[in-house]
Design a protein around this ligand. Structure first.
Ligand SMILES: *Cc1c(COP(=O)(O)O)cnc(C)c1O
Length: 351
């Protein structure tokens, strides 16, 4: 991995193309192909991918966007940044993802977009969401920042909704060596609009059609991502093997384990269990030398960032409950099944 990355980086350094250019275009083509979708547009990070997706759909003040109550705050911030209102919908507690059965009640005449998140790399149940969007004539933007390579009913995430948003933050399943992001879509006009918006609203130098921003994918990151894309499936397999060890060995321990619906093929960004004695379990694991994390300890509606916003008044008991119970066990392509077994033993010691 080190040598091909060094080669890729020095290829960019000697090329003289430091903004957009052939390396970015090559990654865009390769990632679109990987996702089985017509278009990919590279941007600066995952939050910008969401913001630009919403802007390309002309979402703005007075519009509402339906978001999961249980997500990383970026999903909400993108909506707020374009001036629209995030309308939270509670999760299906089995999958942690937005519950399609609860969405319809949240749709109003102001709803413009449904924004499901494939949280922890588990695909959200897209078919009922796409059907609702069709029935109510609203668009679907997916937050796939944790779902590189995940499949829904056999088809890779990337082209189900109108626009799918990606982050290549270093810690993601496909990560750069710095910030990076992209959108994928089947809709040529939307890809074209995002490409313009990411580049000062310009198609032609010094001609500005809309008030865009500067959010371009860095060619150095594109070069690194091209190398890592080649091993993504192999790394997802390693994650799957770790998840299999956990799911086998931890059933019957009283922990709530990830539920994988028949139609889901997760990317296993995280392996998240639930326990009513989460904090004690985390402390015991730490004693045993097992580092765990909490994704996420404070749901967006409880963040100070939303204090004073009407959404802070929302009653979202499931989001609150999950924040108090979730624990992410060690997960990644760097782990060996033997190490996962040691984690299992440490969990079993913590009664
Ligand atoms: C990481 C992440 C983002 C934001 O991506 P950045 O590249 O960090 O801006 C958005 N949504 C979710 C669910 C994420 O996990």
């Amino acid at each position: 991995m080190k040598q091909p990355i060094n080669d890729a980086v020095s290829r960019v350094l000697t090329s003289g193309w430091y903004v957009l250019g052939p390396e970015v275009e090559a990654f865009e083509a390769e990632f679109a192909d990987y996702c089985g979708v017509d278009h990919c547009v590279g941007v600066a990070n995952g939050l910008d991918a969401l913001i630009l997706a919403l802007r390309s759909l002309e979402v703005g003040p007075d519009d509402e966007v339906i978001v999961p109550s249980n997500t990383y705050i970026a999903t909400w911030l993108a909506v707020s940044t374009v001036g629209a209102t995030p309308v939270p919908v509670e999760p299906d507690p089995a999958t942690h993802n937005i519950d399609p059965a609860r969405i319809e009640a949240a749709i109003t005449s102001r709803t413009k977009v449904l924004l499901p998140v494939h949280l922890y790399g588990q695909p959200a149940d897209l078919d009922p969401i796409l059907a609702l969007a069709k029935r109510h004539d609203v668009r679907v933007v997916e937050d796939a920042a944790q779902a590189h390579g995940a499949r829904y009913k056999g088809q890779r995430i990337g082209g189900h909704g109108d626009i799918v948003c990606w982050s290549f933050y270093p810690g993601k399943n496909l990560g750069g060596m710095g910030d990076a992001g992209a959108i994928t879509t089947h809709v040529a006009e939307l890809a074209d609009r995002v490409a313009m918006l990411r580049n000062y609203g310009s198609r032609e130098k010094y001609v500005h059609e809309v008030q865009g921003l500067n959010s371009r994918l860095d060619p150095l990151q594109a070069a690194v991502l091209r190398v890592k894309l080649q091993v993504l499936d192999e790394w997802t397999e390693r994650r799957r093997a770790i998840a299999a060890v956990y799911s086998d060995a931890l059933s019957g321990t009283g922990l709530v384990l990830p539920y994988v619906p028949k139609w889901a093929d997760p990317a296993w960004h995280l392996y998240v269990v639930r326990s009513q004695r989460r904090d004690a379990l985390q402390a015991d694991l730490k004693e045993s030398g097992v580092a765990t994390l909490i994704h996420y300890p404070i749901p967006p509606h409880r963040q100070r960032a939303y204090a004073g916003h009407s959404v802070a008044q929302e009653v979202l008991p499931l989001a609150d409950q999950l924040a108090g119970e979730v624990l992410s066990l060690p997960m990644g392509p760097h782990l060996y099944p033997e190490q996962a077994k040691q984690v299992v033993e440490a969990v079993k010691r913590s009664a």
